[in-house]
Design a protein around this ligand. Structure first.
Ligand code: F6P
Length: 357
């Protein structure tokens, strides 16, 4: 029997289901196969500080994690060891830490950025890495779904349902701004599920006049309220005003998302009472829905299989309903954006939803 000693970490923004992946990995690897699993705190940071911030993971320490949101290991999206805070490239320090701890490899649960770091560690320094994909945005083309996405859609749909009743009572235009910096999957799915009248996504630049026309058309049918869902990366067609992003000393801060901008533009063109709800991190926090718990569990177990089979450099993905391993490189090559001519957009349009195009 091969005894493995591996490190596990979570990187980038959190997503509901991260803890369920950790739990599944540990239950299989430690509980059944008797490996040693070392949890590394705050992505790679836990190995770049002295004393190391690590902990041995056991099935007992993972009790209660299936339904718990966030990540018990902590995470950061500012911990790239190749460009580490003010210290530059500290990847060699990371390699030394991995050797010192006797880790045979790393299991990296993270999004595009974190997976690319894992890949570079493998390429530049020969560190064996297995990946598990994570993003609530569902924009990784290699996997049919990432865990956390359906949970986010669930939260956004409930928000739309709640906004629906108050919009109707007050004859208002209510705008829900959801996450999706580059891809509009959350807005598209929740928009269809929540019966939005307009869905505004980064992949389809919007013309504010087309959104006004939707309000007019509804009013002509004695529907005096309108419900819109807007992804945070939505942009207007050329010539109309864009999102404002401010650079601050410690990072980038979005000071005016598309929700408030669309609201302002609508109010300037029509006699409407408009309100904006920015859903923000409510979409990322909290318990994963059952679909994501199942997917996370499958990914966690699949990651053990990949390590056991020595398939380093691969990442667990869901392909046509089955969880399989594919090269991390291939999985991080392209984003999956919403296809503006795809079936889902056509379906939404067929039931009267406008996209502003
Ligand atoms: O990358 C996932 C994501 O949900 C994006 O859609 C969103 O822009 C971002 O996270 C927000 O992250 P932060 O927690 O850094 O504000």
């Amino acid at each position: 029997m091969n005894i493995h000693r591996v490190g596990i970490l979570t990187g980038g923004g959190d997503a509901p289901g991260l803890n369920a992946v950790i739990r599944a990995f540990v239950k299989r690897a430690v509980g059944q196969l008797r490996w040693q699993v070392i949890g590394i705190e705050d992505s790679f940071d836990g190995l770049l500080e002295r004393p190391f911030r690590i902990r041995e993971m056991t099935p007992q320490s993972c009790a209660g994690l299936l339904a718990r949101g966030g990540t018990v290991l902590g995470t950061t999206n500012k911990g790239d060891p190749f460009d580490y805070k003010s210290r530059g490239d500290v990847s060699r320090q990371l390699v030394a830490a991995i050797a010192e701890l006797g880790l045979e490899g790393l299991v990296v649960i993270g999004g595009d950025g974190t997976q690319k770091i894992g890949l570079r560690l493998m390429r530049d320094h020969g560190i064996p890495v297995v990946g598990v994909p994570k993003t609530i945005d569902n924009d990784l083309s290699a996997t049919d779904y990432t865990f956390g996405f359906q949970s986010a859609v669930d939260v956004a749909t409930e928000a739309l349902d709640r906004l629906h009743t108050t919009a109707e009572s007050h004859d208002r235009v209510l705008i829900l701004e959801v996450m999706g910096r580059d891809a509009g999957h959350i807005a598209l799915h929740a928009g269809i599920a929540g019966g939005a009248d307009a869905i505004v996504i980064p992949e389809i630049p919007y013309d504010i006049d087309k959104l006004c026309a939707k309000i007019d058309a509804r009013r002509a049918r004695n529907r005096f309220f309108t419900l819109m869902i807007v992804a945070e990366g939505a942009t207007p067609i050329a010539g109309q005003r864009r999102s404002r992003v401010a650079q601050h000393e410690k990072g980038t801060v979005r000071v005016g998302g598309p929700g408030p901008q669309i609201a302002e533009a609508l109010a300037a063109r029509r006699d409407v009472d408009v309100r904006v709800t920015v859903l923000g991190h409510l979409q990322r926090g909290g318990s994963p829905i059952p679909f994501d718990r199942v997917l996370s569990t499958r990914f966690g177990v699949a990651a053990v299989d990949l390590v056991q089979e020595g398939r380093w450099g691969e990442i667990a993905v869901l392909k046509n309903g089955s969880v399989v391993g594919v090269p991390i490189e291939e999985a991080t090559e392209t984003y999956r954006l919403v296809d503006p001519d795809g079936e889902l957009v056509r379906t939404a349009k067929a039931v009267g939803v406008v996209f502003g195009d």
